[in-house]
Design a protein around this ligand. Structure first.
Ligand code: DQQ
Length: 577
């Protein structure tokens, strides 16, 4: 796909900015040498989450090596044990029996050998035949090169896999002369093919071309780079944290990463460092040529599909053999400043694990919070057949609005009043469009949706809403999660009007929305998980018991809340304490 000129210039500026802010080392995270080992003096409770995954303090980023092993779920993640900004990165390790309650163990991997002395960066786990887990991760070696290492459990009979060994025959993959050694990281889960080889991908870039290099190995130790990358794309910059997996073309069941039935589709996700979003395509994996080809109508690059149109990055999936599903974890970074993070004593959460599967259209994925989350639902409030006339809102009373799960279905009597899609908006992406016409500008059909984390008199609120347009004979559905009015605080905050389009059939004139509200997180799923948006917000008034929840309509067409269920959410009994 051709990248518009303004985007190329923006990408170049962003790239130069990244380099200049990281002391010349290309590393994707901003480095604060003075702050990275300043331990939190105090952990501020305001804005900490209740049911999203979080350690008790300090910085977290990418989820790493999720897996299910001997009845236990494992989640590793990038963690700074010494401070609330990025740095001193180790693989923290937590375990769970239900993906809801988590117990923190000792870090699984920390810098200690020449091949990872400057950092243990992201990677993945693979369970080898005979139920043998193995981790592949990026080590920053003594020469600051990015190399790929492996680690194995010291005691595989321990289902908690408490201790990991990094054997001395590491690294197993060096960058090689034709590879950029400071842009070569984040190995995927490996898959086995019946030619007797394991395969895995490593993210990279050559100049401005994003690349997923393919490696093959018979024994998981000696890896050979394939002549061609599995896929690459010009002008997309560094591909971080690639993820590559098969999805079933019928039904919700997940497939093991090594599954090869011949009839499945594949998903390639890359985390684009320049925009910090996770993009995916659906396509075909040609096993003879070892190349991945996105489907014709699956847009590759900046205007392609994203897992989430908000604060969601460096995600990773795994196959959960316990329930035959594929589960997606993503990192929801903060939208406040580094100084706020140091004052809070913590930064970053993981989004709620989501089940992912291919939509019936075959053109996109669907995502939905894992069913286990429902065990945290407490008091329920129900509204049905409530009309919302132009400019009206109705309060959802009786639940803890700062810590809630809400599901709502809106019924639209007619689409006739849908606004015409202004052709000048074609050059705007969804986020800019939402920023321009937001929830406060009256429309025809919509904006309607939820006002989450709202103060009593609506001085603060994060609206999550739909707005429907007419574009020729088609309807376009815009979904927004708009942080621009989320707080009275003005200093140092990023308050984007996150948005994405929803490819939904409106013939039944219904639209559904689910929002998981958790103090500083609003994680939303439009139309059964077709479009997802996570916002990080920091209300000053709408906190704890002073938070409110409303359904609203600011379109001239009346919409009906056909049914709404909201639940107060409990805190898991154990969250890494
Ligand atoms: N975070 C890791 C890298 C990865 C980046 C370092 C993505 O391995 O590319 O903490 O957020």
């Amino acid at each position: 796909m051709e990248v518009p000129k303004f985007l190329s210039i923006f990408m170049l500026i962003a790239y130069l900015w990244v380099i200049s802010n990281n002391n010349g080392v290309e590393a994707s995270h901003k480095i604060y040498p003075k702050f990275q080992s300043l331990a939190a003096v105090k952990v501020k409770q305001l804005h900490r989450t209740a049911f999203h995954f979080q350690p008790p303090k300090h910085w977290i980023n990418d989820p790493n090596g999720p897996m299910y092993y001997k009845g236990i779920y494992h989640l590793f993640y990038q963690y700074n044990p010494k401070g609330a900004v990025w740095g001193n990165i180790v693989w923290a390790h937590s375990v769970s029996k239900d993906l809801i309650n988590w117990e923190a163990l000792e870090p699984a991997l920390y810098p200690s050998k020449p091949f990872d002395i400057n950092g243990c960066w992201s990677g993945s786990a693979t369970v080898l035949p005979g139920n043998k887990p193995i981790i592949l991760y990026t080590g920053i070696d003594y020469k600051e090169r990015q190399v790929q290492n492996y680690a194995v459990p010291a005691n595989p009979s321990d289902p908690y896999l408490r201790k990991w060994i990094k054997p001395n025959n590491n690294p197993v993959v060096f960058p090689g002369p034709d590879v950029n050694a400071s842009a070569f990281r984040d190995p995927t889960t490996a898959w086995w093919s019946n030619d007797g080889h394991w395969r895995m991908l490593v993210g990279s870039r050559r100049k401005h071309r994003g690349i997923a290099y393919l490696y093959r190995s018979r024994d998981f130790m000696k890896w050979t780079k394939a002549k061609y990358p599995i896929h690459s794309l010009a002008n997309t910059g560094m591909w971080e944290c690639p993820d590559f997996y098969p999805v079933s073309i019928s039904g919700k069941n997940g497939l093991d990463t090594s599954f090869a039935g011949g009839n499945e589709k594949f998903v390639l996700k890359v985390s684009l460092d320049l925009t910090r979003y996770d993009y995916y395509t659906t396509g075909t994996y040609n096993r003879d040529k070892d190349r991945y080809v996105p489907d014709k109508d699956s847009v590759d690059g900046w205007s392609g599909l994203r897992y989430d149109y908000g604060n969601f990055y460096a995600s990773k999936t795994f196959f959960d053999s316990r329930k035959n599903r594929r589960i997606l974890w993503g990192w929801a970074n903060e939208s406040d400043s580094t100084f706020d993070d140091m004052a809070k004593g913590w930064a970053g959460v993981q989004t709620i694990p989501r089940e992912v599967w291919l939509d019936g259209s075959g053109k996109q994925l669907l995502q939905w919070p894992i069913e286990e989350l429902e065990t945290l639902r407490g008091k329920n409030v129900h509204i049905s057949n409530q009309e919302l006339k132009k400019g009206h809102h109705v309060e959802v009373k009786g639940v803890t609005a700062a810590q809630a799960d809400v599901e709502v279905t809106f019924k639209l009597p007619s689409l006739d009043k849908a606004e015409k899609f202004d052709p000048s908006w074609k050059n705007l992406d969804a986020e800019h469009l939402c920023g321009k016409i937001g929830s406060k500008v009256q429309g025809g059909v919509g904006p309607f949706g939820l006002l989450t984390l709202a103060s009593k008199n609506l001085e603060e609120f994060t609206p999550v809403f739909f707005r429907i347009f007419k574009d020729g004979h088609k309807h376009l559905v815009l979904m927004c999660s708009d942080a621009s009015s989320s707080t009275l605080k003005t200093e140092g905050l990023y308050k984007p009007s996150f948005a994405g389009f929803v490819n939904v059939d409106l013939s039944d004139k219904k639209l559904s929305l689910r929002s998981l509200i958790d103090h500083s997180v609003v994680e939303s799923f439009g139309a059964g998980g077709k479009t997802c948006i996570t916002s990080r917000v920091y209300p000053t008034l709408a906190v704890f018991d002073d938070a409110h929840l409303y359904a609203f309509n600011n379109g001239t067409e009346t919409v009906t809340v056909e049914k709404l269920n909201a639940w107060s959410m409990k805190k898991p009994a154990k969250m890494n304490s």
